[in-house]
Design a binder for this molecule. Structure first.
Ligand SMILES: NC(=O)c1ccc[n+]([C@@H]2O[C@H](COP(=O)([O-])OP(=O)(O)OC[C@H]3O[C@@H](n4cnc5c(N)ncnc54)[C@H](O)[C@@H]3O)[C@@H](O)[C@H]2O)c1
Length: 276
């Protein structure tokens, strides 16, 4: 359902790899809500080709950019503004990758070259994007920038590996840059901490199936889907949330504030009985 929440707004969306991607859902919803958007992804991801189908659906183009590369970021900001016909009102950073996770290298035996890559792709790229956007004065006043995070930034979840450190840095960048960009240009910067979701990046996390089942049962409202996450992004890009900035906003059905549920307690007691 469309509410025309983004009518007349221009947006830049990073990270739509395939239909499962959270960014894919955000792009479709932003288009439905009346925004003019431009898409981007890493050159390797673009070669897979699916993003061009999305671009067609959203009546736009996709511009390749490695989000760790400042020249690529300059190019996507400048060409992106040309494509949408002006400065951006919203930007989505939906980027994450850990070579340590991909190669199943455990946190206590980490490869430090890979670790730096994780931090560069999943956290520093957000700082780079904001710095380049500010340099080009590419975001309108009261514009909104959102990056996607995960509760492993605050709590230890087995198997999330060095991505937990990257998410902690990402959330800190949102606060630090949120202060600067907010004071100067009224640009708001937030992170959304999303439930575990089956996507290409999500599927790399060790034990993702059990984790999704656990958080779904533990959350009073159940896990949030990629589409529900997209709806939340739209609300943050809209004018209805103009005084929300420098926040990490949990979008997880309540999971992050749970300790023990009645159901989990019953299951715990039962498994104890069975074990005796
Ligand atoms: N899926 C989950 O369980 C979950 C939960 C919370 C947060 N998130 C976060 O959501 C965001 C989107 O992930 P997703 O789950 O939609 O998976 P996804 O695999 O669909 O998206 C990740 C994207 O990052 C892009 N990317 C990787 N390296 C890049 C680079 N150097 N430059 C530009 N782009 C690059 C990939 O091409 C891909 O499009 C990530 O930040 C992820 O950590 C995911």
């Amino acid at each position: 359902m469309s509410y025309n929440l983004l009518k007349g707004k221009r947006g830049l969306i990073f990270g739509a790899l395939n239909e499962m991607s959270i960014a894919w859902q955000v792009a479709e919803r932003a288009h439905e809500e009346g925004a003019t958007i431009v898409l981007t992804n890493a050159p390797a991801a673009m070669r897979l080709g699916e993003i061009h189908e999305l671009a067609k659906k959203c009546n736009t183009i996709a511009i390749p950019a490695d989000a760790t590369n400042l020249t690529d970021l300059e190019n996507v900001i400048v060409k992106g503004m040309e494509q949408v016909g002006g400065k951006f009102d919203f930007i989505l950073h939906s980027i994450g990758m850990s070579p340590n996770v991909r190669k199943s290298i455990p946190y206590d035996n980490i490869n430090y070259d890979y670790y730096l890559k994780t931090l560069d792709i999943s956290a520093l790229s957000f700082h780079k994007l904001l710095q380049v956007a500010r340099k080009h004065d590419a975001i309108n006043e009261w514009g909104s920038v959102v990056a996607l995070s995960y509760v492993a930034a605050q709590r230890t979840l087995f198997g999330y590996n060095d991505m937990a450190d990257a998410k902690a840095a990402l959330e800190s960048i949102a606060r630090s840059f949120g202060y600067i960009y907010g004071t100067e240009k009224k640009v708001r910067i937030n992170t959304i901490s999303q439930s575990p979701t089956i996507t290409t990046a999500g599927s790399g996390v060790k034990g993702i199936g059990s984790l999704i089942d656990f958080t779904d049962r533990m959350s009073p409202l159940g896990n949030a889907s990629a589409l529900e996450c997209a709806d939340y992004c739209i609300s943050l890009f809209s004018d209805l949330t103009r005084k929300v900035t420098m926040q990490n906003l949990f979008h997880d059905g309540g999971f992050s504030n749970m300790g023990m549920s009645e159901r989990a307690m019953m299951q715990y007691d039962k498994s104890f009985d069975e074990g005796q």
